[in-house]
Design a protein around this ligand. Sequence first.
Ligand SMILES: CC(C)(COP(=O)(O)OP(=O)(O)OC[C@H]1O[C@@H](n2cnc3c(N)ncnc32)[C@H](O)[C@@H]1OP(=O)(O)O)[C@@H](O)C(=O)NCCC(=O)NCCS
Length: 328
Amino acid sequence: MSEAIYISGTGSYLPEKILTNQDIAKTVDTSNEWIVERTGIESRHIASEAETTSYMGFMAARAALADANLTSADVDMVILATMAPDMICPSTACIVQKLLGCRPIPAMDVGAACSGFMYILELARNFLLGSKNYKNILIIGSEKLSAMVDWEDRSTCVLFGDGAGAVIVSKGDHNGILDVFIGADGSGANLLTIPAGGSARPASEGTIKARNHYIKMDGREVFRNAIKYMGESINIILKRNDLTVDDVALVIPHQANMRIINMVAERANINRDRLFCNLNRRANTSAASIPIALNEAISSGKIKAGDLILLVAFGAGMTWGASIIKWK
Ligand SMILES: CC(C)(COP(=O)(O)OP(=O)(O)OC[C@H]1O[C@@H](n2cnc3c(N)ncnc32)[C@H](O)[C@@H]1OP(=O)(O)O)[C@@H](O)C(=O)NCCC(=O)NCCS
């Protein structure tokens, strides 16, 4: 079966409220200068109570469907990546499916933290390649991380933001998604966690007092591994597609930290003008970061027909991945 899989539409949603570094410096011992110098982040979007992960995902999905000239009736599956689901059960994807008014099509969540978008892209691609039952798969990265960070922990609360990005992956005549590579190493599972609230450590007075329902991170180790695995992912995906970095028009890295992005780019010989970054205004939106950035790169005219785009991500787990897309 030689079928082509391509991106037929993209969309994103960002909450209206913006929280600046200066705003955060009013509540924890930090400064705009420290945050900008160590991360490149200046501000981030923060969801209201009504802007849940499902709602933001739904809004991004609606925009992606409109961009693809499709309706919810055309969607054959919903896959949503998040580390901030509305609740542990049911999946946030089922809630989005209902909000969109889809047919009773399959809907599921995938947990791969900040690499989530690479994982759901690979899943969608393989469902489409391997089955005649699906034509359009809606994939969404949506994150209300403001609900998961400890606003008393200055080493993490400055890093994250809220938002959603959605992509329609379709079967068609464009050979858009040339390849996706994903990987994981569970030996680094302890480096970035939300320790309590699952079945291993259910919610209790003790877990709440210990603030164990919030993100805990070994920043330095995450930093080191992000550079290592994003670099390796780039090398693997280029090599197995007989490409060099010079063939790529635009690189869209996971937006976690400007120092990570710069070091990865330097090691891979990627020129600054071929890097898409919106981290300064979005912060780290985990699984939503790449689809939001992709949508912004398209709408700002940074991607032209025929361009090769390289996506690359790293996240908790540890997880990582990369993709090469030939723009339609
Ligand atoms: C979190 C991160 C910015 C910290 O930067 P760093 O240069 O590693 O800083 P360190 O953790 O070594 O801390 C240095 C000092 O800054 C302090 N510090 C931490 N956060 C601070 C903040 N927001 N404001 C001011 N000082 C801060 C620390 O307490 C420490 O102080 P000490 O030396 O008195 O103990 C960095 O480790 C990082 O970005 N890691 C990757 C995080 C990430 O991207 N995660 C998601 C991946 S998908």
